[in-house]
Design a protein. Structure first.
Length: 300
C-alpha cells in the first residue's frame, strides 16, 4: 500500500466514522461535545504515561477513552439536574479535566516526549510510518483501528435506529413509549468519545472535530431527512479527504489543514447555494416573488 493511499484511506475511514454520528450531534445541539472530548482526554494520556512509562497506542486509547467517558457522563449528570444548560455543562466539565491534564504534563512528564501539541494537533502525514503487521502484511495501524470503530458505529445505527430517531426528534414521545432519551443520548456521546479518542493518535484532535461537525452541518443544509443527511455527511467527509489531500500535495501544505479547509469550502458552497436554505437561493427566490408581485400589480 502506498503512503498516499494509506493517508487517504485513514481520512476516509475517519470521515465515515464521524459522518455516522455527526448528524446526531447537530440535531441534538451537542456539537461542542467533540471539542470538549478533544481536551478532556489529556489526563488519561498522562495517567497511562505515569503508570506504564509509554505512549503505546492501545494503552493511550484506553486511558484517553476512560476520561472521555468521564467527561460525557459528567456533562450528562450536570445537564440532567435541570439547573444548567448543556453548553454550560460542557463548559464546566472539560476545562476542569483539561486543567488536570496540563498539571499532570507539567508535574510528571516534563522530561518526556509528551506535550500538548502532539496530543491535540497530531499529524496525519505520519500515518504511513506507524505500522502494524497483520497476517504477514504491514499496514498503517490507523486503518484497522478506524475500521473497527466505523464498524461499531454502523452497527450502533443499525441496531438502535428506531431509538435514535425517536429520541432525537421527539424525546417526550420516546419517554412515553418506554425509550429512555437519557440512556440513548449517553450511548451516542460515548460512541463519539470512543471515535474521537481512537482517531487522536493518528490524525489529531483538530481533524476529528472538523470531520464530526463540518460535514454534518453541510448535510443539514442539503437534506430534510435523517438517512440522507447521514449519507451526505459521509460523502462530504470523503470529498474533503480526497480534495484536501490533493490540494496539500499540490501546494506542499499541511494535509490535515487542507482537509479542514476543503470541508469548510464545501460547507460555504452549501450555505450559499443550498436549494432550501442557501443565502443566494433565498435572495433569488425573494427577487422572483417581488418581480411576480410587481407584475401582478401592473396587470391589475
Amino acid at each position: 500500500m502506498t503512503d498516499d493511499l494509506a493517508i487517504i484511506l485513514t481520512a476516509g475511514l475517519l470521515a465515515t466514522a464521524c459522518g455516522l454520528l455527526g448528524p446526531f450531534l447537530i440535531l441534538r445541539r451537542q456539537v461542542l461535545l467533540s471539542d470538549a472530548v478533544a481536551h478532556a482526554v489529556l489526563p488519561g494520556i498522562v495517567l497511562v504515561f505515569i503508570l506504564f512509562g509509554s505512549r503505546a497506542p492501545l494503552a493511550v486509547i484506553l486511558g484517553a477513552g476512560l476520561f472521555a467517558v468521564i467527561c460525557v457522563v459528567g456533562i450528562e449528570l450536570l445537564r440532567n439536574t435541570g439547573l444548567i444548560h448543556a453548553d454550560a455543562a460542557i463548559g464546566l466539565v472539560f476545562p476542569a479535566l483539561f486543567a488536570l491534564g496540563v498539571i499532570g504534563v507539567t508535574e510528571f512528564s516534563g522530561g518526556a516526549h509528551l506535550d500538548l501539541d502532539s496530543t491535540i494537533y497530531g499529524e496525519i502525514a505520519f500515518t504511513p510510518f506507524r505500522t502494524w503487521e497483520f497476517l504477514g502484511v504491514e499496514m498503517a495501524r490507523s486503518l484497522p483501528l478506524l475500521g473497527a470503530v466505523t464498524t461499531i458505529n454502523l452497527a450502533l445505527l443499525i441496531l438502535f435506529w428506531k431509538e435514535l430517531k425517536a429520541t432525537t426528534f421527539d424525546p417526550g414521545f420516546s419517554r412515553v413509549n418506554g425509550i429512555s432519551p437519557v440512556l440513548v443520548s449517553r450511548l451516542v456521546l460515548i460512541a463519539v468519545a470512543v471515535t474521537a479518542v481512537t482517531a487522536f493518535e493518528s490524525v489529531g484532535a483538530i481533524l476529528v472535530v472538523t470531520m464530526l461537525i463540518v460535514p454534518a452541518a453541510t448535510s443539514y443544509l442539503l437534506t430534510v431527512r435523517l438517512l440522507p443527511m447521514i449519507i451526505v455527511s459521509v460523502a462530504v467527509g470523503w470529498f474533503s479527504a480526497v480534495g484536501g489531500y490533493s490540494s496539500a500535495v499540490a501546494l506542499d501544505a499541511s494535509i490535515g489543514g487542507a482537509m479542514g479547509l476543503a470541508a469548510a469550502a464545501i460547507f460555504l458552497v452549501a450555505l450559499l447555494f443550498s436549494p432550501r436554505y442557501g443565502v443566494v437561493t433565498k435572495a433569488i427566490m425573494r427577487s422572483r416573488r417581488r418581480a411576480r408581485s410587481l407584475g401582478e400589480l401592473a396587470a391589475d
